[in-house]
Design a protein around this ligand. Sequence first.
Ligand SMILES: Cc1cc2nc3c(=O)[nH]c(=O)nc-3n(C[C@H](O)[C@H](O)[C@H](O)COP(=O)(O)O)c2cc1C
Length: 180
Amino acid sequence: MSTFTLLGISGSLRQGACNRKLLREAVRAFGDADYVEADLHLPLYDGDLEDAEGIPPEVQKLADQIKSADAVLISTPEYNKNLSGVLKNALDWVSRVKGMAWKDKPVVLMAAADGRAGGERAMHSLILCMMPFRANLVYGPEVFIANCGEAFDESGRLKDEGAEKFLGLLMKKLRGVLEA
Ligand SMILES: Cc1cc2nc3c(=O)[nH]c(=O)nc-3n(C[C@H](O)[C@H](O)[C@H](O)COP(=O)(O)O)c2cc1C
């Protein structure tokens, strides 16, 4: 069995973010893997900055991480029924880097939010945002974690067996894509 490199992208910057926890649960469900978590502390996209200084080094690093990963996992919070600005900013910046970092990259999308829908609307916006990049979206079963502040135990494990099962199926599907 190969050891794959997975890059996790949390749309929430908080250290204790539910979305970070969900990414780590996804990696656990995937099994043996090298896991790297992206840092989305990027400047706000600004065409003047890009003209004056080119691609910021932290954006270049993110694009390089996406390119070199075997697969990317993205987990978004829901802010006002949409994906987070932090995540959209990162997607916009990476789209400015030459070389189409996302092209054909296996990508899994998930969401965790405090609301009852578990970030479903945010994830649907995220799908639209990913459309231009020609990634290989590995889709379904859908993983939305509702009431996410209560969804993980103290060790970061998902409490709900159903959610864990769907996450396991999704990650098994991803492994199948990588091993094909
Ligand atoms: C600006 C803002 C808007 C929010 N809007 C929504 C929303 O539309 N739907 C929802 O379920 N939760 C909403 N929330 C609550 C988030 O789901 C909650 O903060 C969640 O924990 C964020 O994910 P994180 O734990 O990964 O940071 C909002 C939170 C913020 C800060």
